[in-house]
Ligand binder design. Structure first.
Ligand code: LER
Ligand code: MN
Length: 270
C-alpha cells in the first residue's frame, strides 16, 4: 500500500505546538524532500504574509504536494472564528478563509476546518450562525473546486463536533442542503480522547474521509504513546483509504526526531 506521507508545517510563528515550524519555507520543503516526504501540509494564519513565490519554487523543485492547508491559527493567534457571536468577526473570519481557499485552489489542497470553528455559546442561534458562515465558505470553495474538511477536535479544544459521528451527521445535513464539498479529517490524537472505538468510528467516517492526521496519545510521533496505530492502519487499508497520512506532532525530543520518527513508524507498518 503506497500511502503518501506529509507533515504539518507552520509557515509563521505560532502558539500551536504540534507542528514543525519554518521561517525558510524553501529550505524546509527541500529538507522534507530529502527525508522522503511526498507532501507538506501548511498551517497558515494569514495567506497574504506567505512567500508564495518561494513556496511555488520549492514545490516545483521538489515535486512535493500540499494535501491540506490548516487554518487553526486564525483562531489561536487572533481569536477569529466561524462561531463568534459578533457578526463582523465572523465576516472577517470568512474573508480570511477565502484566501486559504484561493491558495488551496492553486495547490490542489483541502482546507481544514478545525480550531477555526471556535466554540458555540449558550445563545440558541449560535449553531445557526456558525452554519451560515461555513456555508459562505463552502459556496466560495465550490466555485473554486475546493473541498473543506471538518476535523473533529477533542473537548478541551472546542465544545462542538468532538466526535466523528457528530461531524458526519453535520456533513450529511449540509449535503441535504446542497453542499457537497464538505468532507472529514480524522486526527488520531483527538480520536483517542473522544471515540469509543477507532475502528468503528473510521468505518463510519469512510465515505467522507479526505485526510488523516497522526500523532500518538501524548501528541508525540507514533510509537511514543499508547495508540494502536497498527489497528488504525489495518482499518484504513480495509476501507481503501487513499488520501494522505500527515504527521502533526510535538517537536519532541526535537522537530527533526519527530518528523523522522513519524516516517520510520509509517514505513515500517504501512
Ligand atoms: C488541533 O488540535 C488540530 O489537530 C488541528 O489540526 C486543527 O486545526
Ligand atoms: Mn489535527
Amino acid at each position: 500500500m503506497g500511502w503518501k506521507l506529509s507533515y504539518a508545517i507552520s509557515v509563521q510563528k505560532t502558539k500551536f505546538e504540534a507542528v514543525a515550524t519554518s521561517h525558510d519555507l524553501l529550505k524546509k520543503i527541500e529538507q522534507m524532500k530529502k527525508q522522503g516526504f511526498d507532501g507538506v501540509e501548511l498551517a497558515i494564519r494569514d495567506v497574504s504574509r506567505l512567500n508564495y513565490l518561494d513556496l511555488k519554487k520549492a514545490l516545483k523543485n521538489t515535486g512535493l504536494e500540499v494535501p491540506a492547508i490548516g487554518t487553526g491559527q486564525i483562531y489561536l493567534e487572533e481569536g477569529l472564528s466561524l462561531s463568534n457571536l459578533n457578526q463582523k468577526i465572523r465576516e472577517k473570519t470568512v474573508e480570511r478563509l477565502y484566501d486559504h481557499i484561493k491558495l488551496a485552489s492553486n495547490l490542489g489542497s483541502i482546507v481544514i476546518i478545525g480550531l477555526v470553528r471556535g466554540n458555540l455559546s449558550k445563545n440558541k442561534n449560535s449553531n445557526q450562525r456558525f452554519q451560515e458562515s461555513l456555508a459562505d465558505c463552502l459556496e466560495f470553495a465550490a466555485k473554486k473546486n475546493v473541498v473543506l474538511g471538518i476535523e473533529p477536535l477533542n473537548r478541551y479544544e472546542s465544545n462542538f463536533m468532538n466526535t466523528i459521528i457528530e461531524s458526519v451527521d453535520f456533513i450529511k445535513k449540509m449535503e441535504e442542503m446542497g453542499y457537497s464539498n464538505l468532507k472529514l479529517i480524522a486526527d488520531s490524537f483527538h480520536m483517542n480522547i473522544e471515540e469509543k472505538d477507532f475502528n468503528e468510528s473510521l468505518v463510519k467516517a469512510a465515505p467522507w474521509l479526505a485526510h488523516v492526521h497522526i500523532s500518538d496519545s501524548n501528541r508525540c510521533f507514533p510509537g511514543s504513546g499508547h495508540i494502536n496505530f497498527q489497528g488504525i492502519i489495518k482499518t484504513l487499508k480495509s476501507l481503501n483509504y487513499n488520501g494522505f497520512i500527515s504527521g502533526e506532532s510535538l517537536p519532541k525530543p526535537t522537530e527533526l526526531d519527530a518528523m523522522e520518527g513519524f516516517l520510520k513508524y509509517m514505513r515500517e507498518y504501512i
